[in-house]
Design a protein around this ligand. Structure first.
Ligand SMILES: Cc1cc2nc3c(=O)[nH]c(=O)nc-3n(C[C@H](O)[C@H](O)[C@H](O)COP(=O)(O)OP(=O)(O)OC[C@H]3O[C@@H](n4cnc5c(N)ncnc54)[C@H](O)[C@@H]3O)c2cc1C
Length: 392
């Protein structure tokens, strides 16, 4: 990154936040980047890289110190996600799913016993988390979930299937949503903390993707899987607000990751535009290339400002900021996807060769556009809140 780009990204951060960015960036470039392309070829899940995050406190940035985490503020957490995703979307996903959706929900809604049971293991990198939300019938209309939790003696039996579940085969904790009464729609939704290794009736199956195989997405089937009463996070039928709060923070961290992805395309395109020559001059001297570079930088910074403001709102104690979360996710999705496209254009035909990283980034950026709410969903949420059709 050049000095002006650094200044823009860091302008109103505290000295501690700048130091975190610098430390995570240097760590990711040194410890993660050299392995990414090889792991991509081998379709290998980065378990060993995840362990390297632990000594720096990067597995628990949303977990309070008393539970072994390194929480300082939400914006710092976002900067960590941004910098990790700038180098590797999978490692960033492990941190973000474990902290936003799972640990964050336990911190906000868990009992003392649940906090003691789960948070230290997550912070130590011993417990990787998965969020089991999306179902084969659709991920956008979550209130219409088919997975049920039936009351039995001492607990519940969960039945149903979830798809697209990141990290499931490696997870030691599932954050699961199921309905205790489907007729009540969102008022039946209940959140559970499930230990997949100690629960009978859970099957984790491969969910084959055309590309993006390193993320190890899975189908998770629950067949009358018994979970005790104390696996409930919050109360029966009160899971929808917990899910909403989890997704609010989840969308923040995903948007931070997308800003990191957008930044990476700039960092790759600038030296290429200086080095690559056509018509006896660097392609960066052509106005059509300059237009793309300007658009890439402006888009990324626009998204970053909205995303950071969301982090600051959360640090100021605003519990739900659905409109701002949707705006952040929407702008950051557009920045990451369009920057990847513009970046590829700057690399020309070489963008699709194995020699360069830029072509890989497009599919990764597009996948992130779907995770934690599609562009259409966020467009709908913003308008509905503005129109008063939905609570913000
Ligand atoms: C790489 C990756 C990782 C993921 N990881 C996880 C995970 O760990 N856990 C998990 O639970 N899920 C995960 N997901 C699933 C993701 O959250 C869903 O793909 C997403 O919520 C969309 O659901 P769907 O794919 O079923 O699309 P659908 O809900 O079937 O939607 C299909 C299309 O219709 C549009 N649409 C739907 N409703 C409307 C509407 N009202 N108005 C306008 N358009 C609409 C959508 O925007 C989309 O374009 C992951 C997905 C990907 C790609």
């Amino acid at each position: 990154m050049s000095t002006s780009l650094d200044r823009m990204a860091d302008f109103d951060l505290s000295p501690e936040q700048r130091l975190v960015r610098q430390t995570v960036r240097e760590f990711a470039e040194r410890e993660i980047l050299p392995h990414v392309e090889q792991y991509e070829r081998e379709e290998r899940y980065p378990l060993d890289l995840i362990q390297k995050l632990v000594p720096l406190g990067l597995m628990g940035p949303m977990i309070p110190e008393e539970y072994g985490g390194s929480f300082t503020d939400v914006l710092t957490y976002g900067i960590i996600c941004e910098e990790l995703a700038r180098i590797d979307w999978v490692v960033a996903s492990v941190v973000s799913v474990s902290n936003s959706l799972c640990a964050g929900s336990i911190v906000r809604f868990g009992s003392d016993a649940q906090k003691e049971r789960w948070l230290p293991g997550i912070a130590k990198g011993e417990v990787i988390c998965s969020a089991c939300l999306t179902e084969p019938g659709g991920g956008t209309d979550l209130a219409n979930m088919q997975t049920t939790a039936t009351v039995v003696d001492g607990g519940y039996r969960i039945s149903g299937s979830k798809v697209f579940i990141s990290h499931a085969a490696y997870a030691g904790l599932f954050f699961v949503v199921a309905s205790v009464d489907r007729a009540k729609k969102h008022k039946g939704v209940t959140a559970f903390l499930v230990d997949p290794r100690a629960t009978e009736g859970i099957t984790i199956a491969d969910f084959p993707l055309r590309t993006l195989k390193r993320d190890n997405l899975a189908e998770v089937h629950f067949q009358d899987a018994f979970v005790p009463d104390d696996a409930i996070l919050g109360e029966p039928g009160k899971g929808f607000p917990i899910l909403g709060s989890a997704l609010d923070t989840g969308r923040f961290s995903v948007a931070c990751r997308q800003v990191g992805q957008a930044q990476r395309t700039i960092d790759l395109a600038l030296p290429y535009a200086i080095d690559r020559r056509a018509f006896d001059r660097p392609i960066g001297e052509f106005q059509l290339i300059q237009q793309k570079i300007t658009d890439m930088i402006t888009r990324c910074q626009q998204a970053r400002l909205v995303v950071y403001q969301l982090g600051r709102m959360k640090d100021a104690g605003v519990e739900r900021c659905s409109m701002e979360s949707s705006m952040a996710k929407l702008l950051a999705s557009k920045a990451a996807v369009q920057n990847a496209l513009d970046g590829m254009q700057i690399f020309g035909g070489y963008s699709v060769t194995a020699e360069y990283e830029i072509g890989r980034l497009l599919m990764e950026a597009k996948a992130m556009e779907f995770g934690e709410g599609t562009t259409e969903l966020h467009t709908k949420i913003i308008a509905e809140i503005a129109l008063g059709i939905r609570k913000g």
